[in-house]
Ligand binder design. Sequence first.
Ligand SMILES: [Zn+2]
Length: 130
Amino acid sequence: MTYVARLFSDPGDAVEHVDHEFYDRVTLIDAGENTTRITCSGCDGDIDLEWLYDLIEENGESFDNLDVTVPCCGAVVSLDALRYDWPVGFARFEVSAMNPTRAKYELDDQELADVAVLLGHPVTQILAHY
Ligand SMILES: [Zn+2]
């Protein structure tokens, strides 16, 4: 992703690594330690993060189908419809920038919109901390 690489290559900015990856199946792009809470979109109940980790352990990080039965109310909900206190993504394409030290850490709305236009697909920014 030349565009993203360029965003991180302004003078004074430094990024260790800009990478991109295609996945065969929809894959969880997690936010590392940033996500601490999941809330059900059906019943507003809290869902233990452990539940998601267990799911990933069983299933791997890629999914043919995002529909899951949530533990709180037993509803079948799409994983990307649950509410996360810190955004995570489910995607087949990922561009990542490791340890960016831009003056501004995140891409702003305009930059995200530019990336979306370039890809021809809406994008979500995941700020991950490990
Ligand atoms: Zn629920």
